[in-house]
Design a binder for this molecule. Structure first.
Ligand code: TXA
Ligand code: MG
Length: 342
């Protein structure tokens, strides 16, 4: 397969012009596609929040091409943040830092902090350099839904509402960045990603993980998030076959996302074996959830993933997706929930 990783001049000019005009530009990063807006343009930011359907109190990440203008966004870059930046930028790391005074309220969600990331994807780098400023970009999906890992996913979500969609192929990592807050002398992991807790500790020593009352608010952090439209539940390997049979025995189609092939044939089961390697599993997770969402199944049953650190990011997203489903099932009074979902 040919990987298209660089935009043409024509595409780049169109994207930069769109950003300057206050329009939205979707672009690839190594994690997921972002829905970009000029970070200093309140009308563009409002348009982005409206299109996503995201509450304006939820802050967004500012993307930069390098650290050269970091202090325009963060008024203080503590030594721990400098070390993390040195180790992992450009890359799948977002740092939450004290905000500079002129950062738009829509970017910070009205908080005293700002989230900044320098992505490594060559096309993101091209865009950021050509634009020459900060691009505020949440993942390019509707609020609470699965992040896009291909340009076609962004088209499915938003169609023509995004003026330019830069197609940089399949995102290499497939899960959103690791978010770390460096504030008041502490380092706190806010969202697990492909940069692991041990990698962070290796660079800065102590890293807090528990949420605390005075920790920065990360609203994407609310438990119900990253969810497909089809209700999703997790179950251990040894229970999957029985649960799948229970539902398919009633003539309803169920989807299974497993780390192994099925042990027998099931009549109404769409089975995906996503394998037992965390990187490959994480890379394909959102694309699998999207295709299972379209498969006409009444449930998505996900085999519980291992407890070790390499699965932290995947486990985090699956736990949130399942939490969102429980909320929906509670609201829908669906008898199929009985015996299938916790
Ligand atoms: O990999 C990624 O991080 C992708 C790509 C496009 O860069 N972006 C992404 O953005 O996942 P979004 O908006 O879907 O998730 C960003 C998370 C949200 O949960 C938001 O609440 C949190 O970052 N966040 C943003 N600014 C923050 C801040 N100042 N303090 C704490 N959390 C913040
Ligand atoms: Mg998101």
């Amino acid at each position: 397969m040919v990987k298209v990783l660089r935009a043409t001049h024509l595409e780049l000019n169109a994207a930069v012009q769109a950003l300057r005009d206050g329009e939205l530009v979707a672009f690839p990063t190594e994690t997921v596609y972002g829905l970009g807006a000029h970070a200093g343009h309140p009308a563009a930011l409002r348009r982005m929040f409206e299109l996503k359907g995201r509450p304006t109190s939820h802050p967004v990440i500012v993307h930069l091409d390098s650290v050269r203008f970091l202090t325009r966004w963060a008024r203080d870059v503590p030594p721990a943040a400098e070390r993390l930046a040195e180790a992992f930028w450009p890359g799948p790391l977002t740092l939450v830092l004290p905000r500079a005074y002129n950062v738009q309220t829509l970017v910070t969600g009205g908080q005293e902090t700002v989230a900044v990331r320098i992505p490594a994807h060559p096309m993101a780098q091209q865009l950021l350099t050509a634009f020459g400023g900060g691009i505020a970009a949440p993942s390019a999906n509707r609020y609470g839904r699965v992040s896009p890992t291909r340009a076609e996913h962004v088209r499915e979500e938003f169609g023509d509402a995004v003026r330019v969609i830069l197609d940089g192929g399949d995102c290499k990592l497939g899960l959103e960045s690791t978010i770390v807050a460096c504030l008041e002398g502490t380092v706190r992991l806010l969202r697990p990603g492909s940069i692991s807790l041990s990698q962070l500790k290796h660079v800065v020593g102590d890293v807090l993980t528990q949420a605390s009352a005075d920790a920065p608010r990360a609203p994407g952090d609310r438990s119900a998030h990253y969810a497909p439209a089809t209700p999703l539940a997790t179950a251990p390997s040894e229970e999957i076959e029985q649960l799948a049979d229970d539902v398919s025995g009633r003539g309803r189609r169920i989807a299974v996302l497993a780390q192994r092939p099925p042990m027998r044939t099931h009549q109404f089961v769409t089975w995906i074996n996503a394998g037992a390697r965390p990187e490959a599993y994480g890379h394909a997770l959102y694309a699998h959830l999207r295709s299972l969402d379209r498969s006409g199944c009444v449930r998505i049953l996900v085999q519980t993933v291992p407890g070790d650190e390499r699965w932290d990011a995947v486990r985090d997203r699956l736990t949130r997706a399942a939490a969102a489903s429980v909320e929906e099932i509670d609201a829908s009074d669906d008898s199929l929930a009985v015996g299938v979902l916790p």
